[in-house]
Design a protein around this ligand. Structure first.
Ligand code: BGC
Length: 717
């Protein structure tokens, strides 16, 4: 490979080398503000384009590849990148939903199926996984990540990279992955997209970076810069991020791509006077590819000639890009991914749909249930009312970033309910209201229907595109008249089950107090309706747990479980005035991280540690008995947290350090064992090292981040 690439590079002109660093957008999807330039076709022919994004399909990618390979001087193949975020054609639940399964196997499988389909659609490279930790539900992109916790997000990052890339990038079924957005984009101020981030290195290292490191350790092929300014310097040119951490410390050898025009936006950020200076800064900050910004294309050759960018920087970038193309097998056969027959065979096949359904039902979180669920024949119920603007919606179920997904392939909630219950029950439907109507609406049809029924299922939440990029909200309650509709339905006195679809935690205080059951379904993808019916019928016992905290109100944001204790924690003396509190709200969340119910109940007991003192190198085994005390089988996600009581920097009151998902038959007890060591307790300290000091560590286990049993261990030298 090295020989092939160096021989090729000898033949390349500087213009052609810079061309490899230039990525242009097709228009199968619009994911940014720029339109393709009128020079693009000509550039392809001249060998001045290295990559395209937003071109999807075996035919379409073939067409462009043919130009690059057969009409350009050196015939270097293009690499096609796209946002394959939660499925390609078979749309899986949005990433935040998938994370609530805490099921690394199904998450890896979801990425693997996405890679099968993407590769069959001519794609080589996905701009995923998005590994940004997000603690602010106003931020629309919270829907694209794995929630608020660093440990879980790192595990999920690893699973997704493995799923996309498999063991061999040269295989026909895999695509190159991209860890994004480097870095700390999830901390955008005020939950407003593209906004600045100002955080300490302590937070950066301990909270935001570990999922990137996990992606890197799993072999991720590329990184993407973030749009945000980090501590005064845009991420795209932030030396601490790319030069110091990614390259020098972590020794990342893959490619770094800018975000969509993030190089051009250096002008708006006020750090470059024009696009020429943007190109200079970005190239010198070791950004290898300019996504849709035309800054490298228009200025890099001149900058090299003027001596402002060293040619060695260009050579290194181009070599890495060519290596990736080589590893993908594109020099052997540039069309290997663009074969329509493979596309027809693979897309949306039965196996893929089955996995999407399995993933979807594992992603659903049961937030409340007073016994109305599951809906079984024993209940005596015959007449069901389905009400709400999301009951029939197919499009919204796709969520944002739905790639090649098509609403016609979606099983709506209504259809899922009909499929499962239609034979034995009378099912009637009324929309009730729109998702986000600014005007008053007439609920009479829905109310009449509810009055004639014996149970009401109400499908409310957000539209699929109310979260995702540039879709932030300051008010995270139910949009439009949906809450008023619910309040009217409540007056009928009928059992009321609320099914929520949304891309972020919502403010749902009234709902949590007033309805009989709540199912958080996020956006579940093509199998939404069937997966939900599996849960409602009890065919599948809910097992999902929240990976993000639900606040009581927007004023509590950011609220997350792994906060610091403060010097005046409220719980120590709730009646004293000078405590960390709000005058007008509780400081507790509505639903905490890790929370989720089952149709059965689990009891935790006999929590013990193998030792009460360990040296740095010792192993520690934590054991707990978990018993299914209900009368049906179920899965439980057993969570282990720690608290470093006294350290040189303040440490979070709790930090997730391990979890296990276990299956228990009715009445069964299992001993769950966690193998730990002092390594697991390390944090990035004030001397800029990963360290753990001697002292006491509290260890907790339980079903969520609040209901926990505790033991202590002493770490000695
Ligand atoms: C987003 C990225 C995405 C890129 C390409 C940008 O606007 O921030 O996450 O990969 O567009 O579509």
């Amino acid at each position: 490979m090295k020989k092939f690439i160096s021989e090729l590079m000898v033949k390349m002109t500087l213009e052609e080398k810079v061309g490899q660093m230039h990525q242009i957008a097709g228009n199968d999807a619009v994911t940014g503000p720029l339109n393709p330039s009128s020079n693009d076709g000509e550039d392809l022919r001249k060998g001045l384009v290295g990559s395209m994004l937003n071109v999807v399909g075996a035919d379409k990618t073939y067409k462009y590849q043919k130009i690059a390979v057969e009409e350009s001087r050196l015939g270097i193949p293009l690499i096609f990148g796209h946002d394959v975020i939660h499925g390609c054609k078979t749309i899986f639940p949005i990433p935040l939903a998938e994370s609530c399964s805490w099921d690394l196997d199904i998450i890896e499988r979801s990425a693997q199926i996405a890679a099968y389909e993407a590769s069959a659609m001519g794609l080589h490279w996905t701009f995923a996984p998005m590994v940004d930790i997000a603690r602010d539900p106003r931020w629309g992109r919270i829907s694209e990540g794995a929630g608020e916790d660093t440990y879980l997000a790192a595990k999920i990052a690893e699973a997704r990279v493995k799923g996309f890339q498999g063991d061999d990038l040269g295989s026909l079924n895999t695509v190159a992955a991209c860890a994004k957005h480097f870095a700390a984009y999830g901390a955008s101020e005020a939950g407003r997209d593209y906004n600045q981030v100002d955080i300490s290195e302590n937070s950066l290292r301990n909270i935001y970076l570990p999922p990137f490191k996990a992606a890197l350790d799993a072999g991720v092929a590329s990184f993407m810069n973030a749009f945000n300014v980090l501590n005064g310097i845009p991420s795209t040119i932030n030396e601490l991020l790319v030069k110091s951490i990614l390259k020098a410390e972590w020794k990342f050898a893959g490619i770094v791509v800018s975000d969509y025009n993030s190089i051009g936006e250096l002008v708006q950020h006020g750090v470059a006077k024009d696009k020429m200076e943007s190109a200079e800064l970005a190239a010198n900050a070791l950004c290898d590819m300019d996504m849709a910004g035309y800054c490298f294309r228009d200025h890099l050759v001149e900058l090299v000639r003027e001596g402002k960018v060293a040619e060695s920087i260009i050579d290194t970038a181009v070599e890495k890009i060519l290596i990736l193309k080589y590893r993908l097998g594109l020099f052997d056969d540039p069309y290997r991914f663009s074969k329509p027959n493979r596309e027809n065979e693979l897309l949306l096949n039965k196996g893929h749909r089955d996995s999407a359904r399995d993933c979807a039902r594992k992603s659903i979180v049961l937030l409340k249930n007073n016994g109305v669920l599951p809906l079984t024949r024993n209940s005596g119920i015959k007449k069901i009312a389905l009400i709400g603007p999301l009951a029939e919606s197919k499009y919204d179920m796709l969520g944002s970033w739905y790639c090649a997904g098509d609403e016609n392939d979606v099983v709506s909630f209504y259809e899922g309910m009909k499929n499962r219950f239609g034979k034995d029950y009378e099912i009637n439907y009324s929309e009730g209201c729109e998702i986000d109507s600014p005007d008053e609406e007439d609920f009479s049809e829905a109310i009449n229907l509810a009055e004639q029924s014996e149970i009401i299922f109400v499908y409310v939440g957000e539209a699929g595109l109310m979260s995702g990029e540039a879709s932030c909200r300051t008010d995270i309650s139910l949009p439009g008249n949906q809450l008023s509709l619910l309040k009217e339905l409540k007056k009928t006195g009928k059992p009321l089950v609320v099914v929520l679809s949304n891309g972020r935690p919502l403010e749902i205080n009234w709902i949590s107090e007033n309805v009989d059951a709540i199912l958080e379904t996020w956006f579940l993808g093509v199998e939404a309706g069937n997966a939900l019916a599996d849960i409602i019928s009890g065919d599948f016992n809910p097992s999902g747990k929240l990976t993000v905290t639900f606040p009581r109100n927007v004023g509590q944001i950011p609220i997350y479980y792994n906060h610091l204790n403060t010097g005046r924690p409220l719980h120590e003396n709730p009646t004293e005035h000078y405590r960390s509190r709000y005058l007008d709200s509780s400081i507790e969340s509505l639903f905490p991280f890790g929370f989720g119910l089952s149709y059965t109940k689990f009891e935790y007991s006999n929590f013990s540690l193998s030792k009460n003192k360990i040296a740095f190198s010792d192993e520690l085994i934590a054991e707990v008995d978990v018993k299914n005390i209900g009368d049906i089988a179920g899965e439980e996600i057993v969570q282990l947290y720690i608290h470093d009581k006294v350290a040189t920097i303040s440490r979070p009151v709790k930090e997730l350090k391990a979890f296990k998902k276990i299956y228990l038959a009715a009445g069964e007890t299992k001993k769950v064992e966690f193998n730990l060591s002092a390594e697991d307790f390390k944090y990035y300290d004030k001397n800029k090292e990963w360290n753990i000091e001697p002292g006491t560590i509290e260890i907790f286990v339980g079903p969520n981040s609040v209901e926990l049993l505790m033991q202590k261990v002493e770490i000695t030298n």
